[in-house]
Design a protein around this ligand. Structure first.
Ligand SMILES: Cc1cc2nc3c(=O)[nH]c(=O)nc-3n(C[C@H](O)[C@H](O)[C@H](O)COP(=O)(O)OP(=O)(O)OC[C@H]3O[C@@H](n4cnc5c(N)ncnc54)[C@H](O)[C@@H]3O)c2cc1C
Length: 368
């Protein structure tokens, strides 16, 4: 979010844009740890509209920013085994069709035909959209950073924000481990840590860090090159190709909030057993790597864009497990908000911080 916003602000001609990152390198937060999935299949109009704006920006990325990002349109295939999910997805697919997203509805036979190496005898239905797929997250981050730098954005690594100085309820400066920097405008794009930045200015941001983890396997010859991003929705279990092997993940619904990103090995066994149940050939593979990262979760699983009660402090956070794909458009939207005072590319005005106090929550069903 920070890299995309910095680029979009500079490309609109804004001077003196400074990007602060506490780590030695960019992309070490959630973005560099994510699964790289990008999809149009969502359950609310605003999320679908964000994808309709953001994914074409990824398609044009190389042309516009000169950086290869390895966009593979393998499609997302959601498999549904729970009757309630079938009803919810029927509604979602109708909404997707109304907005021009041509998601296919699959019956059990079609799912089994498309995934012969998987066991989905209990499948009730599924959905597939051929333009969903995978993109390399670090390439996107570095594409935005390099392009922003060329446009004059200054970037500071190893620089942690430690405080926000206010005067008369307005932002006056940001305090960092490298000293104090005067500014009238701050964009809080600290992902899972954005609540901490909010507290520095006395603003409550309802973003909870929740650990999510995944693992990759050694090469598996039987996985075809066009294997889709498969999601066993009821188990929150997913698989996609990763090099010559697979990447597999599963959301632990009992995970406690916190900043710990060590891999929970006990839960990894649960993930592996569930994966074996769906794809027995995984037994032939070894584990190549595993890691964990943090979802930045809001009470309604939608992001927060725009103003805070503090004059000059803006916010772009809370993407609840699907923020990487909405990074391009979100940075653009924040450049519009900061420079024009309104969102033009997509109307996200209903996703303001005030909605939590005013009870205007919008629930997203398609959360993995
Ligand atoms: C396991 C996993 C799988 C995922 N899979 C997908 C997926 O397939 N598709 C998808 O779209 N999304 C996915 N996501 C979600 C996605 O990764 C996030 O929504 C997105 O990366 C959030 O981006 P961000 O810029 O808000 O946060 P981040 O990428 O975390 O960036 C925040 C930055 O702020 C920095 N920072 C924090 N505090 C400070 C401070 N005090 N001072 C200075 N810098 C600070 C951090 O170091 C970090 O670099 C996944 C997430 C996880 C954990």
């Amino acid at each position: 979010m920070g890299a995309s916003a910095a680029y979009h602000l500079a490309s609109r001609g804004m001077k003196n844009v400074l990007l602060l990152e506490r780590e030695q390198f960019f992309g070490l937060g959630s973005t560099g740890r994510c699964a790289g999935g990008v999809r149009y299949q969502f359950g609310t109009e605003v999320n679908i509209r964000l994808s309709l704006a953001s994914l074409p920006m990824l398609e044009r990325f190389k042309e516009e920013l000169g950086q290869e990002i390895d966009y593979r349109k393998c499609g997302y295939l959601f498999v549904l085994t729970d009757e309630q999910d079938v009803y919810a997805f029927q509604r979602n697919v109708k909404l997707q069709h109304d907005l021009g997203v041509e998601t296919e509805w699959l019956d059990k036979d079609e799912i089994c035909r498309r995934l012969p190496m998987m066991s989905f005898e209990d499948a009730l239905a599924g959905t597939f959209h051929r333009k969903d797929g995978l993109v390399d997250p670090n390439s996107v981050v570095m594409g935005y950073i390099n392009a922003a730098q060329k446009l004059g954005v200054k970037t500071l690594n190893n620089t942690e924000v430690t405080g926000i100085r206010l005067r008369g309820g307005k932002v006056e400066a940001v305090e960092t481990t490298q000293g104090s920097i005067k500014t009238r405008t701050i964009l809080n794009a600290a992902g899972p840590w954005s609540g901490q930045i909010g507290r520095m200015a006395g603003v409550h941001i309802p973003v909870t860090p929740i650990r999510r983890q995944m693992l990759t396997t050694t090469p598996l010859q039987d996985i075809p090159s066009d294997f889709p991003f498969v999601i066993d929705f009821a188990q929150s279990l997913y698989f996609h190709r990763y090099g010559e092997g697979l990447l597999m993940g599963m959301s632990n619904q009992n995970e406690s909030p916190g900043f710990d990103i060590s891999v929970d090995e006990e839960f990894e066994v649960i993930n592996m057993e569930a994966a074996l149940g769906r794809m027995p050939l995984v037994e032939k593979a070894g584990r190549a790597a595993h890691w964990a990262g943090l979802y930045e979760v809001t009470p309604d699983a939608h992001p927060i864009y725009g103003a805070t009660p503090v004059d000059g402090l803006t916010i772009c956070t809370g993407f609840s497990g699907h923020g990487f794909m909405h990074g391009p458009v979100s940075g653009k939207l924040m450049s519009e908000f900061i420079l024009d005072g309104k969102f033009s590319t997509v109307d996200v005005s209903m996703l303001d911080l005030a909605r939590f106090e005013e009870g205007r929550l919008i629930k997203e069903y398609n959360v993995v």
